[in-house]
Write a protein that binds this ligand. Structure first.
Ligand SMILES: [Zn+2]
Length: 169
């Protein structure tokens, strides 16, 4: 396996920590899929949701979850946050924060420009979310290496470097 890793590392491109980890996961997976699966199951058991009180009336919410779900959440929030015209006054990240809240609250999300001709005055957050989630699920499943994910009949159990989607993701 060390030889495989060394050979792979000689390929051009930058090697982020995440990329090296994924590479090692793939190689371990090829030789010992059960070990990878067990490690991922253990990691998944530690998923959590947290809130923190901040200064000046601010608060933080966060959650850990499978990489697949995190990708879906990020995609949905970013897609909704993008539903504004160029006159919206907020920063991209502030809009994303508003978009996340709108999704949780089933509240309308819209551009804050106040222009009567703006096409994004009221955006259906649930509709944008449903469409964006569908797109990212395709991206996640399509990027699973053909020889790594395999069909294990797995449900929520991650089964490869880019796990195939579980039923309830
Ligand atoms: Zn606008």
């Amino acid at each position: 396996m060390d030889t495989d890793i060394a050979a792979a590392l000689r390929k051009p491109g930058t090697w982020s920590t995440a990329r090296v980890r994924d590479l090692c996961d793939q190689m371990v997976y090829r030789r010992d899929p059960d070990a990878v699966r067990e490690r991922r199951e253990e990691a998944l058991k530690g998923r959590c949701f947290f809130t923190e009180a901040g200064l000046d009336g601010m608060g933080t919410v966060g959650a850990t979850m499978s990489a697949e779900r995190a990708a879906i959440v990020a995609r949905v929030v970013e897609r909704l946050a993008a539903q504004v015209c160029k006159h919206d006054s907020r920063t991209k990240t502030a809009r994303a924060s508003d978009a996340l809240f709108a999704l949780v609250k089933h509240a309308p999300f819209g551009c804050d420009c106040g222009r009567p001709e703006c096409a994004f005055t009221v955006v259906d957050a649930d509709e944008v979310a449903a469409n964006a989630a569908r797109i990212v699920i395709h991206v996640v499943t399509d990027s699973a290496p053909a020889d790594a994910g395999g069909e294990h009949g797995c449900d929520r159990t991650p089964c490869g470097p880019f796990s195939r989607r579980g039923r309830d993701n």
